[in-house]
Ligand binder design. Sequence first.
Ligand code: FE2
Ligand code: FE2
Length: 268
Amino acid sequence: MISAPAPFYIESNIESIPTLESSKMKLFHILQNENTNVEQVEKVISTDPAMAAKIIRLANSPFYRHCQQPLGMHQSLLTIGLDMVKCIVLSMAVMESFNSSSKRAVHLWKHSYAVALMVLSMGLDKQEKETLFTGALLHDLGRMVFLYKVPSAYIPLFDFEGNRPDIGLEQDVFQTDHTIIGEAVAKKWHFPDEIIGIIKNHHMPNNRASALIFLINTVINELEKDQPCEIDQYSRMLTGFLGKSYKDLVNTIIHRYKTNTVIIENMF
Ligand SMILES: [Fe+2]
Ligand SMILES: [Fe+2]
C-alpha cells in the first residue's frame, strides 16, 4: 500500500487552476459552428504560430502525405479536417493551462484523442456529436489535474507498464478520484452540463452519452495494454443504454483504433 499524502482538497486545488486560454477557446467555439468554413479557421489559426506549426506538421506527416510538395496551412486544414483541428485546439488550450508536456501527460492525451476519434461518428445528431466529442477529449480531465497539481504523489500510482491507476486506488490515496476532480474543473471552466456529466460518469454510466464513452474507454484501455476486450461483465448495463448493438460498436472501435493509432502518434 502506498503511503497517503495529504487528502486532495478539491476547493483549494481547483481554485488555483488557471482558466482556459481565451483565444483558443474562441477558435474552438468557431469550430463548433457548423457554418464555419476553412477560410475562417485559417485566418484565426494564422495568428497562433505554435498551433499553425502543429497542424502543418501533422498534415505533412507520412500518414497524410500523398504528394511531394510540402503542404501549406490551407491544404493542411483540408487534409486533416476540422474535427482533427478541434482536437488540437482544445487539447492545446488545456495543456497550456496545466503547463504540462510530461511523458505521462502526453500518453494521457493520446488516450483521450483516441477516445474522441472513435466516438466521432456515433452521435445521432450534430448536437450529440459535439457533446460526445468534447466529453471524450476531456473525460480524464481529472487525471490531468492530478498530474499537474500533485505529480510526485500521482505518478507512482501508475503500474510498471505505465498503466493509469484505477479509481479505487485514487480514492485510497487522495480520498477523491479523477471523475470528481474532472467534474469540478469542467464546472469551473463553464462547460455545458452534458459534458460535465460525461466526465463525472464515464466510469459509472447513467445515460447513453456516458455509456458510449465508458464503452470506448474500456475497449481502448484493453487495446493499449494489448489485452483481449472483456466487456461481457458490463453487458446488462450497456444493453440498457445502447441496445444490443453495442457489440457491433466494439468491433467498430477495435477496427478504427487500429487504423487511427498512426495519426495519433503523429500528433505529438
Ligand atoms: Fe477515466
Ligand atoms: Fe480514459
